[in-house]
Design a protein around this ligand. Structure first.
Ligand SMILES: [Zn+2]
Length: 478
């Protein structure tokens, strides 16, 4: 979630070695960054109507382009007897079918815009650590730069500057255990990348010491890494780092218990965002609230409920279905992200007339399914409560409705009583709908990209039961 942003950092914008290469690479990137950032500075002051007008125009442009230059969409329009002009506003998007990861894999060449030279395409894949891996294309040198303009705009809200010193706790494996060095400087010494694979009770004091000496203004982190550090600091009564203004959390879902633990340990605010590598949605918190503000210039978001209809009531959950507005080289129109979110209630006190998501619940596979087919979000499990004091790590595994296996890495003080407490607590959360079996393990591995999964969901992916919206709901929303 963030949940799964393919943001790898400034280094993606940085040039390769030779000076010529540098000039060639950086120019389009810089100009794409500049144009987008300038637009976002301007649009900041737009009213709801102005934003809607911008979005409608961007959508028409995208659809015209897709119809003209992208064979897959030409076919989709023709099969339905439609032309781009039939879709005048985001609400009309319901006339078009969903784009799924399976469709993308089956139609990859036909989803590439024909009016770009082959050299402009950069092949990208998502992790696929859970769910279906998906491959698609960026515009070389341009897509990541546009992304950065949005990220920077978002981080401006907490005062981030390019010159700031940052500690980066993401999925990196750096340093050498032999020399007791678990970090590495980058970006002219401004960023300190710290290894995700060496954080243990033995090495954490060295991490903390190093961070204190580095005097970072921000910490960029996967929530699952920040909590390892945070938990250690809280338990050992270690004071926060006085220079840190905010912890910037992305790429993984941020659970409420993680937010409160990180806030407590670091004594500053957590700022999180939700986005994806496919560049179809980006939403972040603001100065005043922890709701996710969806950038209307970035993409159009529909929330689709389990009944296949649009979610319109704040507080209700739906799957995030998105239409990206910033990557015409490989258009995603009504793309099913397989993420679930709760519709927010606006407008926010910050004054931005953006649509809001209350919370992002994570991937559809991050729900535990009960015997009576209810979905229980992993956000319901609070690991930062006394019940889990003697648990170093846990992970759920589900293969059958109403049954989960819980893998636990014990801490030294763990006893039979802890097991009983945990089972009692989970029984309450699951309201008797799930039988829990506990198994003790030595460790819980991270994914290939260094992320952490609290639930491995082995039930068929499409549990949401979201079906193709046929005549019935088309007339309703149209
Ligand atoms: Zn706000």
């Amino acid at each position: 979630m963030g949940v799964r942003m393919n943001y790898r950092g400034l280094k993606d914008l940085l040039p390769e070695s030779s000076v010529t290469m540098r000039a060639l690479h950086i120019l389009p990137a810089y100009s794409a960054y500049r144009t987008t950032y300038t637009l976002l500075r301007r649009s900041r002051r737009w009213s709801r109507e102005e934003l809607a007008a911008y979005q409608a125009q961007a959508l028409s442009r995208l659809l015209e382009h897709a119809y003209e230059h992208v064979p897959y969409y030409r076919r989709v329009f023709r099969e339905r007897g439609l032309v781009p002009a039939d879709i005048a506003t985001p609400a009309d998007l319901a006339l078009l079918p969903f784009l799924t990861k399976e469709i993308i894999q089956a139609n990859l060449p036909d989803l590439k815009a024909r009016n770009y030279p082959e050299s402009a395409f950069e092949y990208v894949t998502t992790g696929g650590s859970t769910g279906i891996p998906v491959g698609f294309y960026y515009e070389k040198g341009v897509s990541r730069a546009r992304e950065w303009a949005f990220m920077k705009t978002q981080w401006d809200r907490v005062g981030y500057r390019f010159t700031d010193r940052c500690v980066v706790l993401r999925g990196y494996v750096v340093g050498s255990a032999k020399e007791n060095v678990y970090w590495k400087k980058t970006l002219l010494g401004r960023w300190l990348l710290m290894s995700s694979h060496h954080m243990t009770d033995e090495t954490l004091p060295a991490y903390i010491d190093r961070i204190r000496k580095f005097r970072p203004r921000f910490i960029q982190a996967y929530p699952s890494m920040a909590v390892i550090l945070a938990r250690y600091m809280v338990e050992h009564d270690i004071k926060p780092f006085p220079t840190v203004k905010a912890v910037l959390c992305g790429s993984e879902n941020l659970y409420p218990w993680q937010r409160s633990l990180i806030t407590e340990a670091f004594g500053c605010r957590v700022f999180s965002w939700y986005g994806n590598s496919e560049q179809t949605v980006l939403a972040g918190e603001c100065e005043e609230s922890t709701h996710y503000h969806i950038f209307p210039e970035y993409g159009i978001v529909e929330l689709i409920g389990r009944d296949g209809r649009p979610v319109t009531t704040p507080g209700e959950t739906g799957e995030v279905v998105t239409t990206g507005l910033i990557n015409p080289i490989f258009p995603f129109i009504r793309y099913r992200t397989m993420d679930a979110a709760i519709l927010g209630d606006g407008p926010c006190s910050c004054g931005r007339p953006y649509p809001l998501l209350d919370t992002v619940e994570g991937r559809l596979q991050e729900y535990i399914v009960t015997k009576d087919n209810r979905f229980i979000s992993m956000t319901a499990v609070n690991m930062h409560s006394g019940v889990f004091d003697n648990v170093a790590q846990f992970q759920f595994y589900q293969q059958q409705e109403g049954e989960v296996l819980m893998r636990i890495v014990k801490r030294p003080g763990y006893t039979e009583e802890d097991t009983e407490q945990i089972l009692r607590e989970l029984g309450k959360k699951f309201e008797g709908g799930v039988d829990v079996t506990i198994r003790f393990v030595g460790e819980i591995p991270r994914t290939r990209r260094g992320k952490y999964q609290f639930l491995i969901q082995d039930l068929p992916l499409d549990r949401w039961g979201l079906s193709e919206c046929e005549e019935e709901c088309r007339t309703e929303s149209g």
